[in-house]
Design a protein around this ligand. Structure first.
Ligand code: GTP
Length: 607
């Protein structure tokens, strides 16, 4: 393929603005796939969770052939995930493109992710083709939304297309714009091989399959190649394009996007953003942008029955073969036994992983309260990042002790909301340790002006309940996105929960001192609901070091009371118990107190 006949592009959009639907229409219109019926058959969303939740988690890529002016163009659509947690993958995918369709729902207008992904595309100097989608809907207001696009991105109205990914209206114009407006990739096929590895998946038989964008030179089947980051060498066993299934080709050359199988056994060797060279060439100047993914939310995952740990660990390892952005470490807890501490890109990423674990591996799991990574700064200048509340220093380590201070990760949030809710939003921000930075009006033409607000707040607040509250405060009309802006010193404390003086290690949480009493009380009450009565009185305490923040007491059981019954949903508990008939074995001992494992299940699922 002559490079001038190639177009590499992405569709970028706020969640639900119609990205997958438009991708389906493009695949159909170019004859890449037969007509796709029904809304559930979106080609690019392969995973079950993606279909259920309607979100794109893993980027997929597909090549299409398109006739235009008697020439056949090769259009490579590089899919990008549509959620803030996966911004890193979006950025990698965009590095393989020269242009992007910026899709905007004509009934919703510019939303928080429209801005974040749009800005990423602008930073990478991509040609942006704005498309107002869903114009078939009566509520569509293309004129107003075009004004928003103009004021946000400085793109003229004459460049904005309108379409309905549902009916197919405007799809031909989109294809024409891709060919006419997006420049072909540059890159010399005669030069030395340099390819960007921008995604990978795992095939049980062939090992890791990498997706690459060839920036210069050619890669052929049989070539000996070298990965820059690991300096490991491989044989290119198979190369080809995704049309939409893997279709082998003789070679991939500068400008092309395709897959590579090279007998790579371990997915950790395929680092996203790495550069592929050919063995024997100078191999200088790796492509920029290699950056390991950064886990921002950590949680412990434990089996309900400790005997299931090997099976759980195996399942987690298998799942992480297809999602390398999850970090794994073993963790053991006196209360929950052996488990794994996993690191995720964000809370949605964590939920998706948990659901996949439960769906695909039929596992019952306990997941501890999520925590963000905190930085502990010592007086001797050393720093450590902790991802487990149990590693948090004790109060006596501060002050005259060896710890200087604790830093927490901060984010800059972008929120778009109707003007009416601005007051409520500013209130919400101040309740969540957020500092409102700025607000501007996106448009003033409609009867309800839209405001773009930015605020700086701790990531920990988002991980707890900021997002849910934002949805409530704005009746679901706000959209939200955030980016990492580094660490800041903060007065954090660890709350421990004690049963008759013995700590339950897996429940410890790190909170800001100003929230500690409130949070301590809430959790002590929750614990009271789930800890069964014993033959003696049980004191439940929430404490920071030796300071008790809250106390609840469970009185001793009278002899004739049926043991083991406590609050919570009976049916759900039975379901859990059904799986493990030997319910007795699942008792955990904290000091002299027997705690059924479902108590943990209930308390950890209650938030
Ligand atoms: P993510 O993959 O999660 O980012 O979402 P998405 O942007 O791919 O959205 P998707 O294609 O799943 O569409 C979201 C919803 O909008 C679905 O219910 C679609 O059927 C619907 N939809 C998409 N395009 C149109 C359109 O042009 N008109 C109408 N009426 N509905 C549409």
């Amino acid at each position: 393929y002559g490079v001038d006949l190639i177009r590499n592009f992405s569709i970028i959009a706020h969640i639900d603005h119609g990205k997958s639907t438009l991708a389906d229409r493009l695949l159909e219109r170019t004859g890449t796939v037969e007509k796709i019926s029904g809304s559930s058959s979106q080609m690019l969303d392969k995973l079950k969770v993606e279909r259920e939740r309607g979100i794109t988690v893993k980027a997929q890529t597909v090549s299409m052939l398109h006739e235009h002016n008697n020439k056949t163009f090769l259009l490579n659509l590089i899919d990008t995930p549509g959620h803030v947690d996966f911004a890193w993958e979006v950025s990698r995918s965009l590095a393989a493109c020269q242009g992007a369709l910026l899709l905007i729902d004509a009934t919703q207008g510019v939303q928080a992710q429209t801005i974040s992904v749009g800005m990423l595309a602008l930073e990478k100097n991509l040609t942006i083709i704005p498309v107002l989608n869903k114009i078939d809907l009566p509520a569509a207001d293309p004129d107003r939304m075009a004004a928003q696009i103009e004021s946000t991105f400085g793109i003229g109205r004459d460049e904005i297309l309108t379409a309905s990914a549902k009916t197919g209206a405007g799809v031909d114009e989109i294809l024409r714009a891709i060919v006419d407006r997006i420049p072909p990739p540059s890159g010399d096929p005669e030069a030395e091989l340099k390819a960007l590895l921008f995604d990978s998946s795992y095939d049980r038989y062939r090992g890791v399959i990498s997706l690459l964008s060839v920036q210069s030179g050619r890669i052929r089947k049989g070539d000996k190649i070298l990965l820059h980051h690991t300096q490991k060498k491989y044989d290119a066993v198979d190369v080809g394009v995704l049309h939409p299934e893997e279709t082998p080709t003789e070679m991939l050359q500068a400008g092309q996007v395709g897959y590579l199988a090279c007998n790579m056994k371990n997915s950790s060797e395929a680092q996203i953003g790495d550069t592929i060279f050919r063995v024997g060439e100078s191999n200088r100047g790796p492509l920029d942008g290699f950056q390991p993914t950064k886990a921002m939310v950590f949680a412990g995952i434990f089996p309900i029955d400790s005997n299931d740990f090997p099976k759980l660990e195996e399942s987690i390892k298998r799942l992480t073969l297809t999602d390398r952005s999850v970090t794994i470490q073993r963790e053991s807890s006196t209360a929950l036994g052996q488990g794994c501490r996993l690191g995720f890109l964000g809370t949605l990423h964590m939920d998706v992983f948990r659901q996949r674990l439960e769906d695909e591996y039929d596992q019952q799991i306990l997941i501890t309260n999520p925590t963000v990574p905190f930085k502990i700064v010592y007086k001797n200048g050393k720093e450590t990042i902790i991802s487990n509340p149990n590693d948090f220093p004790d109060p006596q380590d501060f002050g005259i002790g060896k710890v200087q201070e604790v830093h927490e990760p901060m984010v800059k949030a972008t929120i778009i909301l109707p003007n009416t809710y601005l007051g409520g939003m500013i209130n919400l921000c101040s309740n969540h340790r957020a500092e409102a930075l700025d607000h501007v009006y996106l448009d003033t033409t409609g009867d309800e002006p839209r405001v773009l607000m930015t605020a700086r707040l701790p990531l920990a607040e988002i991980v707890t309940d900021f997002f849910d509250k934002l949805k409530k405060t704005t009746s679901g009309f706000a959209s939200f996105d955030y980016e990492d802006v580094g660490y800041q010193p903060s007065d954090m404390v660890k709350i421990s929960f004690l049963l008759n003086g013995r700590p339950i290690d897996s429940l410890a949480i790190i909170v800001h001192r100003s929230n500690s009493v409130r949070v301590g009380r809430i959790w002590a009450k929750k614990l009271r609901e789930v800890v069964p009565k014993q033959l003696f009185e049980v004191a439940i305490q929430a404490a920071v070091g030796r300071t008790i923040l809250a106390r609840e007491t469970i009185s001793a059981m009278r002899k004739d009371v049926t043991a083991g019954l406590y609050g919570g949903h009976y049916e759900r508990k039975m379901k859990v118990l059904e799986k493990q008939k030997a319910g007795k074995k699942l008792m955990k001992r904290i000091g002299n107190i027997d705690l059924p494992q479902e108590a943990f299940y209930d308390i950890l699922r209650s938030n």
